[in-house]
Design a protein around this ligand. Sequence first.
Ligand code: AMP
Ligand code: GLY
Length: 425
Amino acid sequence: MNIGLIGSGGREHALCKKIHESKLVKKIFCLPGNAGTSQLATNIEVDILNFKKVLKIIKQYKINLVVVGPEEPLVKGIVDFLRKNKIAVFGPNKYASKLEGSKAFMKMICAQNQIPTAKFKICYKNTQVINFLKRSELPLVVKADGLAAGKGVTICKTKKQVIKTSSEIFKGKFKSSRTVVLEEFLKGEEASYFIIVDNNNFKFFGTAQDHKRVYENDKGPNTGGMGAYSPAPIVTKTLEKKIISKIIKPTLKALKTKKKSYNGFLYVGLMIKNDEPFLIEYNIRMGDPECQVILPRLKTDIVKVFKKATLNKLKSIKIKWKKQKCMTIVLCAKGYPGSYKKNLLINNIKKIKLSKSDFIYHAGTKIRKGVLRSNGGRVLNISSLGDSFFKIRKKIILNIKKLSLKNFFYRKDIGWKVIKNNANY
Ligand code: AMP
Ligand code: GLY
């Protein structure tokens, strides 16, 4: 069968590689893809928010199944549009995508179903913010309701900052919404739990921990993610049971009750406090770079899994995982997440000999006049599988050094929490 993969980041290169390994696949078309996917698939340049053009390409290339990587087309309803046009597609519908597309929607689902999450207030004007401040403690988390490319969350230490940040959102700083969600600040350790869901069932799809801050020791502004590792040792069997019973099951049931069942990957972003899980966010897709550490650990044919999910037959497939651990370090253009240069030369990649357990996933890359160049802030994801995070990280850093790239930077401390706690990790 022919697969259409929508997106162009490191997550999509990792998905493309896994899809490429499947025996069921004839051709892969990436819309638009990156320099990495072009080695395995046919890249087709298109605006992925122009659904009519996407549909035309799907028909033209006789694509049998579409897999959607990023959130924006999902939140804007690409799945509903393609299904209406009789195209098989893996991903959640527009209504269910509000779990990520609207933080207020997600919080209301939590409130209506007793799902543990930070206390919150949805605000539409400054007076509501001021009133909430009177009965809350600092710090307070200010969130833009809609999608904000990872920039919509501010942890505010002063009342003044809360009011300023909220009023910027009310004035339209983020195009996606002028609604503010104020949240109690939760202290604990973050972890991400992934599932794959169809209308009847769901299956475990890995755990991971991301590093959102740009600099080592978790300093500096938030980014899309500077590195990740899987599995997340903090997610014990006991904790997993609580995540499923207190968070996942009530959420999926709530959507089903509204006749809007969830179908696709679901990323459950958690804060773990005294062995109790609190929902911080839902993402309606795989994480980036979490996908790049989860997929190398997957043993089962991913296309078989997608097929089962789209047919609502996930129950009948056993998804198998490798015991090995995986880590990725994100190589970024200097200046990211602020302003950075594009078009930086990446010249050594082919000269480096990678072992079977090493992977370089492309994120922001493009081939221009036959030469590989950067095309974004997060440029390459250097990943590796192994038995200890400590050794894996050493190997990754060695591979990064071999690339001897100028004008790039990366965090050398990915996995510090697990490596510090246990040298064998
Ligand atoms: P989000 O976009 O909701 O994932 O938030 C981005 C990051 O902000 C999260 O990964 C957390 O590190 C932090 N964060 C969000 N909400 C809270 C909260 N209620 N308490 C503490 N930290 C939070
Ligand atoms: N790495 C965080 C995310 O994909 O949302």
